[in-house]
Write a protein that binds this ligand. Structure first.
Ligand code: GDD
Ligand code: MN
Length: 362
């Protein structure tokens, strides 16, 4: 048998009303476009979805994997990948919340050289129908946390989408963890790929059956995130940033004390000098401790980075001096204490700017 262009993996659990409609719509969308196969991975649904799928396979290129029990969404997808013969692999839900009509658009992007194409709710033109405030907030929080903890997700608007296609090489060598719901995230971290595209779609309302997303899946998701973050070393990095920030504060206080008390400098001047000492200190430390894997091409590039780093911390300088002056002169706070507050403000600013910058450059 000839290899199809795309294998669509459809995990199902109690979707017997939805599956026939979905399969028909996939056929209408793809039959004039390319060869395809549908792999239904059913977890022995009590409503006998597998039976419906077997029935459909008489009329459409549908293969059915019936597993022994409810082993989970991600593991179903991985099972489907193993059985798939297509050059491309696709994943979509059975409940019609993922419109098959955009499949040709997704495949076009692969033809444009992309390796992974995500059907996205959050790029321009995409949207979500009928979500309550609670689910919106939860989803936003989940996305934010994902981007903080997983660098590979930062450049992608919808890294938690359940609708996507990819070249089979992306996952062929990857060891994917079968736990949880967010298989795309797992692939973004462990797959081998270069370019990702996002195509907008409208995440529709579920008409038939119920969502299987339980509270347990949320804790699963948090554990999944933490595990991925550990794998890529991002937790360590964030903790190191914090340690450096606190240490910098000590350096600042030390210099400030020394300059005002022993060299008798005016406190505004010593504040500037001690801030610079703190900036250099944290620069050197983060170069050694956080970005040590970065290859230094030219020795001048380190100097250039130091200058850039200084520019970045300029806002911190203004904050430090502003607070110091205000507290000391206006509120009559002892200048050492004022400076401590000022430096804390600067540290927070510098920290935020650094995190922001690392976000941007990914
Ligand atoms: N085989 C199998 N085993 N299939 C499952 C299981 C399982 O344990 N749990 C769910 N499914 C199937 C459902 O039958 C459906 O086809 C699909 O997986 C999605 O399940 P839903 O319960 O409809 O999930 P959802 O709509 O809440 O979540 C979807 O949207 C999220 C984005 O908000 C999924 O696509 C998520 O991956 C996505 O993150
Ligand atoms: Mn759904």
């Amino acid at each position: 048998m000839r290899k199809p262009t795309i294998s669509l993996i459809i995990p199902t659990y109690n979707e017997k009303e939805n599956l026939p409609v979905l399969v028909r719509r996939i056929h209408e969308s793809l039959s004039n476009y390319c060869d395809y196969e549908i792999i239904v991975v059913d977890d022995d649904s009590p409503d006998e979805t597998w039976k419906v799928a077997q029935e459909l396979s008489k009329q459409y290129p549908v293969r059915v994997i019936r597993r022994e029990g409810k082993l989970g969404l991600s593991s179903a997808v991985i099972e489907g990948f193993k059985q798939a013969r297509g050059e491309l692999l696709g994943v979509m839900d059975a409940d019609l919340q993922h419109p098959p009509e955009i499949l040709p658009n997704l495949i076009e992007e692969i033809k444009n050289g992309k390796d992974i194409v995500v059907a996205s709710r959050y790029v321009k033109g995409g949207k979500i129908e009928n979500w309550g405030l609670k689910r919106k907030i939860v989803s936003k929080g989940a996305r934010f946390l994902t981007k903080v903890l997983v660098p590979q997700a930062r450049s992608i608007k919808d890294p938690l989408s359940g609708y996507f296609i990819l070249r089979r090489e992306v996952v062929e060598e990857a060891e994917l963890n079968p736990v949880g719901y967010k298989i795309l995230l797992e692939i973004l971290v462990k797959g081998s790929y270069e370019e990702v595209a996002e195509v907008p779609f409208t995440f529709g309302t579920r008409e038939m059956g119920k969502s299987k997303l339980t509270v347990g899946e949320y804790t699963n998701f948090l554990r999944h995130l933490y595990r991925l973050s550990e794998t890529v070393g991002e937790v360590v990095k964030l903790v190191r940033y914090m340690v450096i920030s606190v240490l910098s504060l000590f350096v600042n206080v030390f210099f400030f004390l020394a300059l005002t008390n022993y060299l008798n400098l005016h406190y505004l001047y010593s504040s500037i000098l001690s801030l610079e000492a703190m900036i250099l200190f944290s620069f050197v430390l983060s170069e050694m401790w956080i970005s040590k894997n970065r290859k230094i091409k030219k020795p001048t590039s380190a100097v250039l980075r130091a200058v850039k780093y200084n520019m970045l911390c300029l806002g911190g300088l203004l904050i430090n001096i502003g607070i110091l002056w205000l507290f000391t002169n206006v509120f009559n706070v002892y200048y050492l204490i004022s400076n401590f507050f000022g430096a804390t403000g600067a540290v927070i600013w510098n920290y935020a700017m650094n995190v922001w910058l690392t976000w941007k450059t990914r």
